[in-house]
Design a protein around this ligand. Structure first.
Ligand code: PMP
Length: 361
């Protein structure tokens, strides 16, 4: 048996052990081909099967119809910050963005290169400790789209409800909470997510786009930067990141096998309740940094009474096999990332460790 730690890394992050074991099995000889997935043509029927079934499974798990195209693109979620406005903005056009932290800001910065940006709402003044209420968003109904970041990996906030934007296309950076709970995915015109938290290894970004928005892509873009290219070519315009897509397919099968998003949500709810439950019992020791109604299920951010105690906590946690709990360098403190592959046992054991640390200190 491999020695595994409790992995709370914020991303790249933990993958299901079951998936890692399948990969290990299949590397020398992928299903009787005598080759690994990295060694076969992306135009082969074997890869085509991986590609098509990953797309179909993604739609099935999200409850989406054929009017949504699933694309596998390189360049990370950061390329999507630029590709999105490149495809849908242009001179005289405006997009609305909700500013809920560092990643929203990076998205806004890129959008400004291609058109006008209005910030529909922001929690910056409050150190990003909450998700602004939809009823307070300010944007006009003729914007090209409204962009939100469903989960804020660094600040530890998450939308509990998805806004209903009517005719205005809703676009979402779902990098750090995709497939972690049930959502009405049909509310979105476009969703993008880097794979390296809930879906697989870094190297592929999943883009899910509805046909009515896809039709509106600007023409005259570099071929690789147009969503229409990837949609038309079923993500096989050029050599795709085959290994990453292969692992995404295995992760989707793992989700499906558990019972889909209902089952995943149930486990994730129990996991976050372990940690927030303890924080609520001892708020003087475990100081949450966000408002209760905006708490992320994926990244729990907190401070201890002093920086010395935080250092001590991180060192003792590491020695006890709990890895990756240091807060982002821009905010400090502790961050507990509870992505899908982290088990309920992992969250429970960490809560026990935290309580032991509190009592000893
Ligand atoms: N958006 C969010 C919410 C993220 O957490 C991250 C990465 N941590 C990114 C975007 C950037 O992703 P990438 O590194 O794939 O460009």
């Amino acid at each position: 048996m491999a020695k595994r730690v409790f992995n709370f890394n914020p991303g790249p992050a933990i993958l299901p052990l079951e998936v890692l074991q399948i990969i290990k099995e299949e590397i020398p000889d992928y299903r009787g081909t005598g080759m690994s997935v990295f060694e076969i043509s992306h135009r082969s029927t074997d890869y085509e099967e991986i590609n098509n079934s990953a797309m179909a499974l993604m739609r099935k798990i999200m409850g989406l119809g054929e009017n949504y195209k699933v694309l596998f693109v390189g360049g990370g979620a950061s390329l999507q910050f630029a590709m999105l406005p490149m495809n849908f903005l242009g001179e005289g056009r405006t997009a609305a963005y909700v500013d809920t932290g560092s990643w929203s800001n990076k998205a806004i910065k890129e959008a400004k290169l291609f058109g006008n940006v209005v910030v529909a709402a922001s929690s910056k003044e409050a150190n990003y400790r909450f998700i602004p209420k939809f009823s307070e968003f300010k944007y006009s109904s003729d914007v090209s789209y409204l962009h939100i970041t469903s989960n804020n990996t660094i600040f530890g906030t998450q939308y509990q409800e998805i806004p209903d934007t009517g005719k205005v296309p809703l676009v979402c950076d779902m990098s750090s909470d995709i497939l972690s709970r049930r959502r009405d995915f049909g509310k979105f015109s476009l969703i993008y997510a880097g794979a390296q938290k809930n879906l697989g290894p870094a190297g592929v970004t999943v883009v899910i786009i509805r046909d009515d928005l896809l039709e509106k892509c600007r023409s005259g873009l570099p071929t690789m930067l147009s969503y229409q290219t990837h949609a038309k070519e079923l993500s096989l315009y050029n050599t795709p990141p085959v290994f990453a897509v292969y692992v995404v397919r295995l992760v989707l099968q793992w989700i499906e096998k558990q019972g889909g998003l209902e089952a995943v949500e149930k486990t994730n709810r129990a996991k976050k309740d372990q940690i927030y439950g303890l924080m609520d019992k001892h708020p003087e020791f475990f100081k949450g940094t966000v408002n209760a109604d905006s708490r992320s299920w994926m990244n729990i951010t907190l401070r201890l009474p002093s920086e010395e105690l935080e250092k001590k906590f991180l060192a003792e946690a590491k020695a006890a096999g709990f890895i990756g709990l240091k807060g982002h360098r821009s905010v400090g403190g502790i961050r507990v990332s509870l992505y899908n592959a982290l088990t309920l046992e992992g969250a429970t054991k960490l809560a026990e460790f935290m309580e032991g640390f509190r009592k000893a200190n």
